[in-house]
Write a protein that binds this ligand. Structure first.
Ligand code: PLP
Length: 390
């Protein structure tokens, strides 16, 4: 066996999404791109804000060139993010606690590598972004899951019940992939209380990692509460893949709450992890997003699509919780076997991902980061699929 056993296992575990991708490619070749309704991946398709291009061109013309820099990033970028975070999170921040990373995925890997000892546990809420399992494993930890509360909210008591002496961190994601749930301030405060109780009980500090790439993609006036205010011993990981539609450019950051226990040592450990795995985040992008903190794509485009898909699926008899953010919908599968139902949707040339792929069997995920006409043209197929099983 030429590849490492751990990697072979990861290849097998990612087969759902890989299979969907391969079948999608086949269907598109057979029926034509416009006749396949591909809701399988969360690839933002709305354009970046207009100021992005101008800023990038200016950075290319007048920036500091293309050399190495300090591993955590250009001071100007770290400072801009720290200043923005201070406002967004409502706490004092300095650039010493901000690391520019190639997206949220890198930010999460840096944080996990910085804090996990071999065999330590990270708790997350199922369903969950499936890469978390891989990130925790390569950092030497073990991912444990707890069920979500009503409407896919955070259930602090469920987290509390899963804590053991080996728990090192809790990893949350809000707005949430794959459900679109946005956690409330009460839920975050409840979790903070549970983590303080666990500190008393086990004598070890449990850190909270908040994965927030969809923070600015929220609807109906919802405000995402501050994790830094709720709990001192926390990290915020964010990226501009979604809020500026720059997924391919690989730019984001990991920030540590300056009030966290052992903050200076952890920040130093993050810098080493960043250096080993990534060296630094892309230079041009750092300096560009530094000048675009607070900017966001036109969220009304996603909101319109959310409303279109929710209305169409409700009329066809699907059950779901209306998402408050991100660009995903997680309806209940009308068959207990979500993989079987996803195959029925495929007969209608509709591609979605089974909930089982996210630790959420009995559901399926729709990514509505797709053109309006994809949603419009798919609705009769969703209706027929429901009628077939109903
Ligand atoms: N976390 C969640 C919940 C995501 O959905 C994604 C991407 O889809 C990521 C992290 C990784 O994002 P990035 O492109 O910033 O690495």
């Amino acid at each position: 066996m030429p590849a490492a056993k751990r990697m072979v296992a990861m290849i097998e575990n990612s087969s759902f999404i890989r299979k969907m991708f391969e079948e999608g490619t086949k269907l598109k070749a057979q029926y034509g791109q416009d006749n396949v309704y591909d809701f399988s991946i969360g690839n933002p398709d709305v354009p970046p804000p207009p100021e992005f291009k101008k800023t990038l061109l200016d950075v290319i013309e007048n920036g500091p060139g293309h050399g190495y820099m300090p591993n955590p990033g250009w001071p100007a970028a770290r400072t801009a993010v720290a200043e923005y975070l201070a406002k967004e999170q409502g706490v004092a921040m300095s650039m010493d606690y901000v690391m520019m990373t190639p997206g949220a995925s890198a930010g999460l890997n840096v944080v996990l590598k910085a804090i996990l000892n071999p065999g330590e546990e990270v708790i997350t809420v199922a369903p969950y972004f499936v890469e978390y399992g891989n990130y925790v494993e390569v950092a030497g930890g073990v991912l444990k899951t707890v069920p979500a509360g009503p409407d896919f909210g955070l259930d602090p008591q469920a987290v509390g019940a899963a804590v053991t002496a080996k728990t090192r961190a809790v990893l949350i994601n809000s707005p949430h992939n794959p459900t679109g749930a946005v956690y409330t301030k009460e839920q975050l405060d409840g979790l903070a209380g549970v983590l303080e109780e666990a500190k008393e009980k086990f004598g070890q500090r449990i850190y909270l990692i908040s994965d927030e790439p969809y923070r600015k993609i929220v609807y109906d006036g919802i405000v995402v509460p501050s994790v830094f205010q709720a709990y001192d011993h926390s990290f915020v990981v964010n990226s501009h893949s979604k809020d500026l539609s720059l997924a391919g450019e690989r730019i984001g950051f990991a920030a540590l709450n300056p009030k966290a226990d052992d903050a200076a040592e952890i920040a130093a450990s993050m810098v080493i992890a960043l250096r080993i795995y990534y060296v630094n985040a892309p230079s041009l992008m750092q300096l560009t997003v530094a000048r675009l903190q607070g900017a966001v794509v036109d969220v009304s485009l996603y909101q319109k699509r959310r409303d279109m898909i929710c209305q169409g699926l409700a009329e066809a008899g699907y059950e779901f919780t209306t998402p408050g953010g991100a660009f995903y919908l997680f309806p209940k599968s009308p068959l207990a076997d979500d993989v079987a139902f996803v195959n029925i949707l495929k007969e209608e040339r509709i591609l979605v991902v089974p909930g089982s792929g996210f630790g959420g069997p009995g559901y399926f995920r729709i990514s509505y980061a797709v053109p309006d006409k994809t949603i419009e043209n798919s609705l009769p197929g969703f209706k027929r699929a429901m009628e077939k099983v109903g």
